[in-house]
Design a protein. Structure first.
Length: 427
């Protein structure tokens, strides 16, 4: 009996040895980064027998190493069709699809992988990140909470858990875990900015500042932290404190308009008007339609007693502060009121349209025609026809036609007034 068992084992080994030798050769080639040779052997073996999921798996893994993720997915899907419970295949399919950006396709594989062993922290993290890739945060929060309960000292789990907590408004948890992660790994810049964002959402100005300053102790010249600290102080109108981080930021060479603008305004409030002008005028060159920049340039000139320049810039700021479409809205509103026979409101809206944009002189013409229709006394109509005729109009067929009409109406009203003055008095 014993002899028969040994004999059977020898037969099995003899039959399987070619496969074992082939698998060992493929693994050795992969280990030595000889991927093309490994693929050649795999394809040769699969041409003889396509029902080998392990070979498709190895092929998929090699193709991923060669950054051929589409080819990897195709090979791995064949492996999965042959062995849908193999966790290695599930993992590689999830990774290959993720690398292609196919996050929605990757998710079911990571779900199946996690379901196979919910106590496996690696599987938990992979599933959580698959959800993150689709901007889904509630499910990963629960998954990572369980992982954290099993291993609260794992820095990577803690960071992902804090992120999911912040995204799901579990602010107290996010703050506690981010602080823990920072103490565990102070060299990770993103933890400082993420924690600061949580405090910012809670409008806790002091904690935002404390967090960013703690980050700057580790990263003294980090532009991200300097920019965020400058913005925080500026939004709180702490202009003296705004200056320092913004000046350090500009030394790094990134002169973005918003920094120039905020620092220029801060200089104004700190009585450093000349320095403010330098930055604000640079900012205006890159963003000429910003009324706030024009306003503070005007204010700087005012403080420097250069009143002509101040008036010019303040007028400029006032003009561009009005949205270009607002005059059109009032113009259309005036027309709508006119059609509704509400002449008083129609005139008020048309007057507002012209006040907002004096290039829209046809509003004056429409006010004149409205007065002409709404009341017997034609003096207001004549007044607005005159205003239209004096206005700076474009020389085109439309305005020539309106001008001709306005002149004709004025002549008619003048003649009527003349003849009315000639009527004999009643006895």
């Amino acid at each position: 009996m014993k002899f028969r068992v040994v004999k059977n084992l020898l037969i099995i080994l003899m039959l399987s040895s070619p496969y074992l030798l082939c698998a060992q050769e493929i693994d050795l080639l992969i280990l030595n980064n000889e991927y093309d040779k490994a693929l050649q052997i795999i394809d040769n073996e699969l041409s003889k027998n396509e029902g080998q999921p392990v070979l498709y798996l190895k092929k998929g893994m090699i193709l991923q190493k060669q950054f051929d993720f589409a080819g990897a997915v195709a090979a791995l899907e064949k492996a999965w069709q042959l062995d849908s419970l193999n966790t290695n295949i599930l993992n590689e399919l999830g990774e290959a699809n993720s690398s292609l950006g196919n996050y929605q396709l990757a998710l079911p594989y990571f779900k199946a992988l996690y379901k196979a062993d919910t106590t496996n922290s690696v599987n938990a993290i992979k599933l959580a990140r698959a959800y993150f890739n689709q901007r889904i945060y509630r499910e990963p929060f629960e998954i990572l909470k369980s992982a954290y309960q099993r291993d609260s000292n794992n820095v990577f789990i803690n960071k992902q858990f804090a992120f999911s907590a912040a995204r799901t408004a579990h602010d107290s948890i996010a703050i506690f875990i981010y602080r823990k992660v920072i103490s565990q790994n102070p060299a990770d810049l993103s933890n400082y900015t993420n924690l600061a964002s949580v405090f910012q959402r809670k409008e806790n100005y002091d904690e935002v500042v404390n967090t960013l300053e703690k980050g700057l102790e580790v990263f003294p010249e980090e532009p991200t932290l300097l920019l965020k600290l400058g913005e925080t102080h500026f939004n709180k109108r702490a202009y003296a404190k705004t200056v320092i981080p913004y000046e350090k930021y500009l030394v790094k060479g990134d002169s973005i308009p918003e920094v120039l603008k905020n620092l220029g305004i801060s200089y104004f409030f700190e009585k450093r008007e000349k320095e403010g002008l330098v930055l604000l005028e640079k900012c205006l060159l890159t963003n000429p339609d910003d009324p706030i920049v024009g306003l503070y340039i005007g204010l700087c000139f005012k403080e420097l007693n250069q009143l002509n320049e101040s008036i010019d810039y303040l007028n400029f700021a006032a003009k561009i502060a009005i949205p270009y479409y607002l005059a059109d809205i009032y113009h259309h509103l005036g027309n709508a009121y006119g059609l509704h026979r509400d002449f008083k409101k129609s005139i008020e809206a048309l007057q507002k349209a012209y006040e907002l944009d004096t290039t829209k002189c046809n509003a004056l013409f429409e006010i004149a025609t409205t007065y002409e229709e709404m009341q017997k006394d034609k003096a207001p109509a004549i007044k607005y026809y005159d205003a239209y005729l004096r206005s700076a109009k474009e020389d085109n067929a439309y305005h020539r036609k309106l001008t001709e009409y306005a002149l004709a109406r004025k002549r008619k009203f003048t003649e009527e007034q003349f003849f009315e003055g000639k009527k004999p008095e009643k006895r």
